[in-house]
Design a protein around this ligand. Sequence first.
Ligand SMILES: Nc1ncnc2c1ncn2[C@@H]1O[C@H](COP(=O)(O)OP(=O)(O)OP(=O)(O)O)[C@@H](O)[C@H]1O
Ligand SMILES: [Mg+2]
Length: 297
Amino acid sequence: MTDTPSHLLQKAAAYLERPDQERITYIRSPRWIGYPRAQEILTQLENLLTHPKAHRMPNLLIVGDTNNGKTMLVRRFCNHHKPDDNPEGEAAKVPVLFVQAPPVPDEGRFYNAILELLFAPYKPGDRADRKQFQAIKLLRTVGLKMLVIDEIHHLLAGSMTKQKAFLNVIKYLGNELEVPIVGVGTRDAFRAIQTDLQLSNRFDQALLPRWANDEMFLRLLATFERSIPLRTPSNLTDGALADKIYSMSEGYLGEISRVLESAAVRAVETGLERIDKRLLDGIGWISPSDRRKEPRN
Ligand SMILES: Nc1ncnc2c1ncn2[C@@H]1O[C@H](COP(=O)(O)OP(=O)(O)OP(=O)(O)O)[C@@H](O)[C@H]1O
Ligand SMILES: [Mg+2]
């Protein structure tokens, strides 16, 4: 193998020797790009996980704009703390349970989701309190240490009565299991939790805001560039190019990743082998805010 080009990580460079189609598949596959804010939140989650059991456990609410890496971040954390079948013991060990909130604030469906994740037989028509009892018993058996609820704003949507009911569910689960609860969601979740003084005292917040066009953004672009296998350096951190990527993505991590992915695929297909302004102009990109506009007749 030839030497790793200095603009690429070794793993990305290895793809330069593969057929273009394989390289394109690699460019299109999801991959983790580290950035300082993500690292800070991952450390915060690790600290929560090892927090000694207490009657009053600290919780965390990860709040951020949409399409900005919240789910990917907590999933990465969960992947580091996978369940263990524990064949020698009596029950599987599930240190961290990642549950996606149902799209409507419905206690019964929330417990269904938990029971399904634990492969527990349950009767969907049972009353919510029975399912709650079953879920708590099981979560104790598997030695749960942290409950992660993604899209938590779904549970906290709806009338004040519904919101209150769910805030009580969260409180109850935390108290009964004595584990930290990590909620992941939009600012609506934050506002809902603020309405309950007891809960708002127990929830720390971690913000994952949209990126600003600053030094951190340039560092992020540099990290992306090192992980995208193109033969020639693109110098994405070059002022004009970085500004262009920023305005196309409007600072959402998911959009930054998609702009670069589409551009890199085009750079391979055309043989240009780097991303430049002209190539970005030619990928038919529609900015996120334009996408949200009503189509004109
Ligand atoms: N650390 C990362 N490295 C590389 N790409 C990332 C990273 N985090 C997020 N992305 C990209 O951003 C996209 C959106 O991320 P994610 O689904 O985590 O956003 P989200 O904040 O949970 O959005 P939503 O509010 O819609 O649920 C991912 O599909 C992925 O392409
Ligand atoms: Mg998400």
